[in-house]
Design a binder for this molecule. Structure first.
Ligand code: TEU
Length: 545
């Protein structure tokens, strides 16, 4: 049955393949690189990995623009390399989740190329969202929708006779045309794609833009609230969370259940409230959904308690596990974000404005405390590559190095997501800090990363890497992921304090030290005060006596 399923309590490590480990030395990470580093992940103590897209792609949005869903991009290797990586992961009891991008394809996908060559009204055009423009000569876009990356969400094509023609919808970059999910051929094609990877043995899918596939059939105008990068307000958005999208996932759930083993679907659905996100994990839909409201909560005990309560209630009401996440490839790394004030971008998905200059010492201390809090919560937790090294956001990047389409589409007004995607440091004294053997790196790595390299942290009891290993070990030993949370009575207002099984957890988000609850200290995210109190920005786990 579902209740014992691995995904309900798993610690899942997100690999961003282009920045993880580069076996062929071209400056972009690859699948053989992942295989070569699996022992490090087994040693860290995670249960599963999720890989961001490695499928055939012109890389206009770092692989979230797929031209062939059933092949590996040569940048990342071959299908054989994938199979080898999968087998090597399974041999280490690490499950593997792949990223599926069903909202849009690349403009280089054969279907979109065929659609461009075909006439308005053709079967080929019907797989995407082609429409005639407004105005006398169709010179205005069909509606006012804006791309998540900035600029209009419609691009006009030139018809075969050379005349200006129809427009196609792209909620993201113009190189990412949206599929029409009212089209049965699209649905059938994605069933085929799911089966392709399930047959190869993957343990599940992280579903990209899971809230966006189905659009309001009238395509009405919509003006988002002030903050263009936000998830929208109370008003329903004609392209996010339309009721019809859920039937797609009910269909996929049925398909997954034809397979043995515990295959899982995880929704990336940026909806305003946890109650809305929980719609994706009703019993006949997906298994998990990212809890972005937790990610977006600042370092404040009251707010954290509220979002934890809210999450456990909302997911619990539909019988799904909560998930917890602090960082990913779209947001400012939490070792920087948590040092920013309340009005700083808290990780609204795409293209935050410049985050300013967060204090790295405060940021790292809070990040360690926040992770120690997260990994004590019941449910599944996501860890983004490099956070176990305490990596900060790389805010200073040369303009010409930046590759996120957000940067170009807003003429640099939005700072983009490159700063959380810099290749991670493995060995302090190797070229590119061991990312590869040649020293090439698609984004420059800061000099300060030498001291954060994994080999410098291995065996250092006080390092962030050691903290993550310990947290994951104790989390597993005490079954915290599948436990139950009970709030502690009488805790200080600046503390998040609860009991999960035999473990008492307390996180101090305030400026003053707080008294530790009774129990034997299992671990702390930073040193205790001389009098044994829990300092500001520190979390402790204790074994209740
Ligand atoms: O991000 C999804 C995404 O950008 C939206 O969910 C958005 O954040 C939200 O609706 C707020 O407006 C995913 C990937 O994680 C990202 O890397 C890709 O660039 C994007 O989809 C397009 O595939």
């Amino acid at each position: 049955t579902e209740s014992g399923a691995w995904h309900r309590s798993a610690a899942i490590y997100q690999i961003y393949p282009r920045s993880f480990s580069d076996a062929d030395g071209d400056g972009i990470g690859d699948l053989p690189g992942v295989t070569a580093r699996l022992d490090a992940l087994a040693d860290l103590g995670i249960d599963a990995i999720w890989l961001s897209p490695f499928m055939t792609s012109p890389q206009k949005d770092a692989g979230y623009d797929v031209a062939d869903y059933c092949d590996v991009d040569p940048l990342f290797g071959t299908l054989d390399d994938f199979d080898a990586m999968l087998a090597a992961s399974h041999a280490r009891s690490i499950r593997v989740i792949v990223d599926l991008v069903p909202n849009h394809s690349s403009d280089q996908h054969p279907w979109f190329q065929a659609a461009l060559a075909a006439a308005p009204g053709s079967r080929e055009r019907g797989r995407y969202m082609f429409r005639h423009g407004k105005g006398e000569h169709g010179e205005e876009p069909p509606n006012n929708w804006q791309s998540v990356f900035g600029g209009p969400a419609w691009t006009r094509v030139t018809e075969a006779d050379g005349s200006p023609g129809q427009w196609y919808l792209h909620l993201f970059d113009s190189a990412q045309p949206d599929f029409d999910w009212a089209n049965d051929e699209v649905r059938e094609e994605f069933r085929r794609i799911l089966r392709f990877w399930l047959d190869r043995g993957v343990d599940g899918f992280r579903v990209d833009v899971a809230h966006g596939l189905v659009k309001h059939d009238q395509l009405p105008d919509y003006t988002p609230p002030e903050d263009a990068a936000s998830m929208g307000g109370a008003e329903p958005v004609p392209y996010w969370g339309q009721e019809g999208v859920h039937e797609v996932y009910r269909d996929w759930r049925r398909l997954l259940e034809e397979y043995d083993g515990d295959r899982a679907l995880c929704a990336e659905a940026w909806m305003p409230t946890t109650e809305e996100i929980a719609l994706w994990v009703r019993p006949d839909e997906m298994h998990q959904a990212f809890n972005f409201n937790y990610l977006q909560t600042e370092w404040d005990a009251g707010r954290l308690r509220a979002v934890i309560d809210d999450s456990l209630a909302a997911f619990g009401a539909v019988g799904a596990p909560s998930t917890w996440v602090l960082s990913n490839h779209d947001v400012i790394r939490h070792a920087s974000r948590l040092a920013l004030g309340a009005d700083a971008p808290q990780g609204h998905g795409i293209g935050p404005l410049s985050p300013g200059k967060p204090d790295p010492v405060v940021g790292l201390r809070r990040a360690r405390a926040a992770t120690a809090l997260m990994l004590a919560l019941p449910g599944s937790a996501y860890i983004y590559q490099g956070e176990e090294l305490g990596l900060p956001e790389v805010i200073e990047l040369p303009d010409d190095a930046r590759q996120d389409p957000t940067w170009a589409r807003t003429a640099g007004e939005r700072y983009g997501r490159d700063g959380c995607r810099v290749p991670i440091p493995w060995e302090a004294d190797a070229p590119a800090y061991g990312f590869n053997a040649t020293g090439a790196s698609w984004l420059p790595q800061p000099d300060e990363w030498r001291q954060l390299a994994r080999d410098r942290q291995t065996g250092d009891a006080g390092s962030t890497l050691s903290l993550y290993r310990e947290l994951l070990q104790v989390r597993r030993a005490h079954g915290l992921g599948s436990g139950t949370l009970t709030w502690a009575d009488g805790a200080p207002s600046d503390a998040v304090a609860f009991r999960n099984g035999a473990v008492t957890v307390i996180a101090n988000t305030g400026a003053e030290p707080v008294v530790l609850p009774a129990g034997d200290v299992l671990l702390t995210s930073g040193p205790l005060a001389d009098d044994g109190a829990l300092p500001a920005d520190t979390t402790a786990w204790l074994l209740a006596r």
